[in-house]
Design a protein around this ligand. Structure first.
Ligand code: NAD
Length: 255
């Protein structure tokens, strides 16, 4: 079934976490461009407000909510605010995350392990826990969760991140099965290396660091955040109505 995308997104509402930067910001802008109203959520109020401003500048409808995805109360409040502002929820992009720390398993600090898994995995569980009842109430919707190429293959020195991102794919598959019959489709994006501020920190911003990363991408370049954004917005459309429980888009990194 082909959809006139703008007609499809008009009057619909997307909730995006980690919207203050990189992939989340690009996705919030892409949803808004497609015609959806967008609730942008991030732990950083300042960068979240910048995203909201960019959406307003292009004539979109947006509300900015401060939200640490590891805190159930903040997740609930952010979703309450979304409903108060726009009256409904149709799509959720659970994307907030932090990068890996480079340490072999035996050298990993417990607190670091907990922080990385807490934000990257439990944060997605908490978001879905409070999004799904809202979607069920109105008869369905679509969710995309951010995993990573590191959710498909191992990364040397990246134990906590890799475990969390593999967990996101498992969680996505279970949620997809739990709710497919109730008209909620749950999928994941598993991005390869994407040119964002996270990547800047990961490579130390050096040409050599970037080259090392690009060498792992068969396509011979990093991805752009907009390429993930397009995939997320497509996953939420009814052009993807038969896509359930999948994780993809990495420039060939995991092939
Ligand atoms: P980014 O650092 O540019 O953006 C991440 C955003 O998440 C920031 O705005 C940050 O403030 C927010 N955030 C962090 N902790 C939060 C919390 N507890 N609650 C709410 N918001 C929080 O990074 P990005 O590259 O855009 O990454 C977005 C997602 O994509 C992450 O889950 C990341 O693991 C994943 N990812 C990134 C790449 C890449 O190469 N950049 C590859 C694979 C997966």
């Amino acid at each position: 079934m082909t959809t006139n995308q703008n007609e499809f997104y008009k009057g619909k509402v997307a909730f995006v976490t980690g919207a203050g930067s990189g992939i989340g910001r690009a996705t919030a802008l892409t949803f808004a461009n497609a015609g959806a109203s967008v609730a942008v959520a991030d732990i950083s109020e300042e960068s979240n407000r910048e995203t909201a401003q960019l959406i307003e500048e292009q004539g979109g409808r947006v509300v900015a909510v401060k939200c640490d995805v590891t805190k159930a109360e903040e997740v609930k409040m952010a979703l309450d605010r979304t409903i108060k502002e726009f009256g409904r929820l149709d799509f959720a992009f659970n994307n907030a995350g932090i990068e890996q720390r480079n340490a072999a398993v035996a050298d990993f600090e417990e607190e670091e392990w907990e922080r990385i898994v807490d934000i990257n995995l439990r944060g997605i569980f908490l978001c879905m826990k409070y999004e799904i009842p809202l979607l069920l109430k109105q008869g369905g919707g679509a969710i995309a969760n951010t995993s990573s190429g590191a959710g498909v293959i191992g990364i040397k020195g990246g134990a906590a991140y890799t475990a969390a991102k593999h967990g996101v794919i498992g969680l996505t598959k279970s949620a997809a099965l739990d709710y497919a019959a109730q008209n909620i489709r749950v999928n994941a994006v598993a991005p390869g290396y994407i040119d964002t501020s996270m990547m800047e920190r990961f490579t130390g911003g050096t040409a050599q660091g970037r080259e090392q990363v690009i060498a792992q991408e068969p396509i011979g370049r990093m991805g752009q955040p907009e390429e993930i954004a397009d995939a997320v917005v497509w996953l939420c459309s009814d052009a993807a109505a038969f896509v359930v429980g999948h994780a993809f888009i990495d420039g060939g990194q995991t092939v």
